[in-house]
Design a protein around this ligand. Structure first.
Ligand SMILES: [Fe+2]
Length: 327
């Protein structure tokens, strides 16, 4: 059963039906599939997280993995974290989890008078010491091999650290630097909040996007669903509608530091580099370049009233080296 073990070598991650299947050898393994749902970047958006969990339940995967950034930047850090821990078999650490647990702090979160420092403190108070301790102990990555030759590596940002984004515009040699030593056929991550997939050598890279703070021009939550059979892998990025206005109202209603800014980011849901990212992501999917250069603008008028009907098919959007190396 070695092929099922995680980095620590234990078999706790083995879905029960698979485990018993391999013990019994009662039928062809080709009749079996293993489905893994991967969520990332929940960022304390409990309303989005609940909607995503409902969708995941409807898909009935064998296991759910959370790839970090659980609580910071949202109105419901404790509730989001509790939901993630109750639903996910494995929970990995993200960069903002590391900031909360004081493993290290980057950017404006370490500036004395910045609203992000206030937000960090506000979130820590909502989480309390027990949850913070739990966050500090989260592992960096997870490796699974459902079948020989069918392996998946999951981490928050990239296989080397918690900070550098694997942007779709990165050239292949830069990407290969981050993938050194990783032999998995499928490499799954989040952090960029911009879902896309891309092939590099024999590996398939999948950014599952963000559950709680999307940045690809589409405010809907996203997550990944990977289906393995003995001979193939199938990837689906699922998008889930949720009442985004309730989430922005919770930010102001709960007096979250920086609430107005955070709400605006939630509604804009895109980067300044959006067109470049979008074109790169489309290229990897084999889709022709998008002639529409203006990104999706459904909610750009914040705080004006949003459209009465949420968009049905809104489908069109920083790198820094620091530590917390892979153990
Ligand atoms: Fe994030």
């Amino acid at each position: 059963m070695q092929q099922y073990s995680d980095k620590s070598g234990n078999n706790d991650n083995v879905p029960q039906k698979w485990y018993s299947h391999f013990l019994n050898h009662s039928c062809s393994p080709k009749t079996f599939t293993m489905r893994i749902a991967i969520i990332a970047d929940i960022h304390g958006n409990f309303i989005a997280c609940e909607a995503v969990m409902r969708d995941i339940r409807s898909q009935a995967p064998d296991l759910i993995v959370a790839a970090g950034d659980l609580a910071l930047r949202g109105p419901h850090p404790a509730e989001s974290m509790d939901l993630v821990f109750s639903e996910c078999r494995h929970v990995l650490i993200g960069n903002t989890d590391a900031y909360l647990a004081d493993r290290y702090i980057r950017g404006a979160y370490q500036e004395q008078s910045h609203w992000k420092t206030e937000l960090l403190q506000w979130t820590r108070e909502r989480l309390g010491p027990e949850r913070l301790k739990k966050i500090a102990e989260l592992p960096f990555s997870l490796s699974l091999s459902p079948y020989p030759g069918q392996s998946v590596f999951i981490c928050h940002a990239n296989p080397k650290n918690l900070e550098d984004s694997l942007e779709p515009t990165l050239n292949e040699s830069s990407l290969r630097h981050y993938l050194e030593g990783i032999r998995a056929r499928v490499i799954v991550f989040g952090h960029l909040h911009f879902p896309y997939r891309r092939r590099v050598g024999s590996s398939l890279l999948i950014d599952v996007g963000s559950t709680g703070l999307q940045r690809d021009g589409d405010w809907r939550a996203s997550y990944g669903l990977v289906t393995f059979t003995p001979t193939s892998r199938k990837v689906q990025i699922r998008r889930v509608k949720y009442p985004v206005r309730q989430a922005t109202q919770a930010l102001t209603g709960r007096s979250v530091p920086g609430a107005r800014m955070l709400a605006q980011k939630l509604l804009e849901a895109r980067y300044q580099k959006h067109p470049d990212f979008l074109q790169a992501a489309r290229r990897f999917l084999g889709i022709a370049p998008n002639r529409l250069q203006e990104p999706h603008r459904a909610f750009q008028s914040f705080p004006a009233k949003p459209p009465s009907q949420e968009p049905q098919n809104a489908n069109p959007p920083p790198a820094c080296p620091h530590p917390l190396k892979r153990p």
